[in-house]
Design a protein around this ligand. Structure first.
Ligand code: B12
Length: 230
């Protein structure tokens, strides 16, 4: 078991490694995290992702620009490559998947770091994930949901402009299949926006996305059962 002091040291180095785009440092501390028994989830969320949040602030303050951001993202992914395979998979029963999710960043939007973290959470949460990537044509979400018969569609948008596309996707999907649970996320999206657009769920961060998704499916099933009884 790693001491609290050492845990902090590893997390700080992972975070700073991302901020300073020092890939070697990230690799060193991600490896140390595994070797010393630090929970890989802790290392990802409170190390790598925490560093990316600082990068976001630096960008907002115009201290970092696009080239730096991309190098920081590379460092983050180097760490993820090491830590992700060691995340504990949570599946119910005999490895039966919990459900299926279609995920992607909406048309016009190339931001996919947050989306990839959410994808990872669904994956370790025991879901089968169909990742459409980024800048996904809006109609593709409805097509993929029908093709895979997924219970959940998770949409990400990082810009106020592209966020508007989410409303169209929700309308398209609900028209074809009202029982699908649609979940929104991304920096400009709030709980109110999600409600206004007609989504079934929203999560602010990767930490609570899967729990929210499970709650959302439960609510939809209950509504379905009530409708069947009436
Ligand atoms: C990294 C970044 C980029 C990178 C993207 C690299 C990549 N592969 O993703 C690059 C450099 C390419 C880029 C480009 C641009 N960017 Co940019 N970018 C950012 C930045 C700095 C950080 C975003 C990030 O990765 N954060 C870290 C991750 C971990 O957090 P996150 O994405 O928020 O995700 C978390 C939650 O939101 C949530 N979540 C996310 N998705 C989902 C989905 C679901 C279903 C759920 C439940 C939850 C969820 O969970 C995640 C994990 O906890 C932000 C600034 C900021 N402060 O956010 C600007 C920002 C998003 N970019 C912005 C802009 C304007 C642009 C450009 C137009 C810039 C330009 N002039 O060229 C282009 C857009 C290109 C395009 N068409 O998309 C603006 C958007 C403004 C707005 N409100 O509309 C921001 C806010 C910066 C700013 N303040 O101006 N960008």
């Amino acid at each position: 078991m790693v001491s609290e002091e050492r845990r902090k040291e590893i997390l700080d180095n992972l975070s700073e490694g991302v901020v300073e785009y020092e890939e070697d440092r990230v690799v060193e501390y991600a490896t140390a995290a595994l070797e010393e028994g630090l929970d890989p989830f802790d290392a990802i969320m409170n190390g790598l992702a925490a560093g990316m949040e600082i990068v976001g602030d630096l960008y907002d303050r115009q201290e970092y620009f696009v080239p730096e951001i991309l190098m920081c993202a590379d460092a983050l992914y180097k760490g993820l490559d090491i830590l992700k395979p060691h995340l504990k998979k949570d599946s119910n029963g005999a490895g039966k998947p919990k459900g299926q999710v279609v995920i992607g960043t909406v048309q016009g939007d190339v931001h996919d770091i947050g989306k990839n973290l959410i994808k990872m959470m669904f994956d370790v949460g025991g879901f089968t994930v169909h990742d459409l990537g980024r800048d996904v044509p809006l109609e593709k979400f409805a097509e993929e949901q029908l093709r895979t018969d997924s219970e959940i569609v998770a949409l990400s948008a990082m810009m106020t402009t592209t966020m508007m596309g989410m409303k169209k996707v929700i309308a398209m999907i609900k028209e074809k299949n009202p029982d699908v649970a649609i979940m929104l996320g991304g920096a400009p999206v709030t709980k109110d926006v999600a409600k206004l657009f007609g989504a079934d769920g929203y999560a602010e961060s990767a930490g609570n996305a899967v729990q929210e998704a499970i709650k959302m499916i439960g609510q939809l099933r209950k509504l379905g059962e009530e409708a069947a009884q009436n």
